[in-house]
Ligand binder design. Structure first.
Ligand SMILES: Nc1ncnc2c1ncn2[C@@H]1O[C@H](COP(=O)(O)OP(=O)(O)OP(=O)(O)O)[C@@H](O)[C@H]1O
Length: 218
């Protein structure tokens, strides 16, 4: 899958300028980088909730895109009803709720869920359907350790079974190490370095990547 190059400028300051990417179905790409490096801007533009400087970005024709923003949302209805907004298969919704330990919360109002529960609900809602490109912006940031692991397993399984391209923005290098295939390092709005996770995490070529990894303690 090809994603064309694009940029984003605010008041004359370019906060993002990323080249064309060629991404492979069934692979998980972790986007890592410091605060303000452009990760969420990249995700929002791909998900079409923010316009780029130029027309586009261009994706292959017919590509479907699923997106969970950093600040996810719950509608004022039950948890199960929220999940069923993603697709009508009730048995599938129940299976996802069970896996994500949401079954006891099925009839609770979703706008009253905790932060981590809301994140799990948003993940289940997205996974009701197949998308060719899935973008998850820090999906486990609000979760505890146990539900983070459950969610990571599910994310991995979704990507591998559905054959989607999955972009996972994360501040956890350990998470990238556990489930990513490839890592994209963003720095000051640019894609500084990318590659298979072992190479990028343990043999980075650019000093900025090395510095970032040392700071985050890989
Ligand atoms: N509406 C806006 N106006 C001006 N600058 C903005 C606007 N939205 C974002 N920016 C700037 O764009 C840059 C990239 O922001 P972005 O949210 O993409 O970073 P990020 O890598 O996702 O950071 P974080 O790790 O904190 O989530 C930041 O410097 C931010 O201040």
């Amino acid at each position: 899958m090809k994603i064309s190059a694009f940029s984003k400028t605010y008041h004359g300051v370019t906060v993002l300028d990323v080249p064309e990417l060629e991404l492979h179905p069934g692979k998980i790409y972790s986007i890592i980088g410091s605060n303000g490096s452009g990760k969420s801007t990249y995700a929002k533009i791909l998900a079409k909730v923010l316009p780029a400087d130029q027309k586009g970005p261009q994706l292959d024709a017919g590509i479907t895109v699923g997106y969970i923003p950093q600040k996810n949302y719950a509608f004022r209805m039950s948890t199960k009803a929220n999940i069923l907004l993603g697709g009508s298969d009730s048995a599938k919704a129940e299976r996802l709720m069970e896996v994500l330990q949401l079954d006891s919360l099925a009839s609770q109002r979703a706008d009253r869920l905790s932060g981590g529960e809301t994140s799990r609900m948003a993940l289940a809602r997205l996974m009701m359907k197949h998308f060719d490109l899935v973008i998850l912006d820090e999906p486990t940031a609000a979760m505890d350790v146990e539900t983070t692991f459950l969610s990571e397993n599910l994310i991995w399984e979704y990507a591998k079974k559905s054959g989607c391209v999955l972009l996972l923005i994360t501040h956890s290098l350990q998470q990238a190490k556990r489930i990513a295939d490839e890592i994209l390092f963003f720095h000051k709005g640019q894609l500084f370095e990318s590659g298979p996770k072992e190479r990028l995490l343990f043999a980075p070529t650019r000093p900025e990547t090395r510095q970032f990894l040392e700071f985050y303690g890989i």
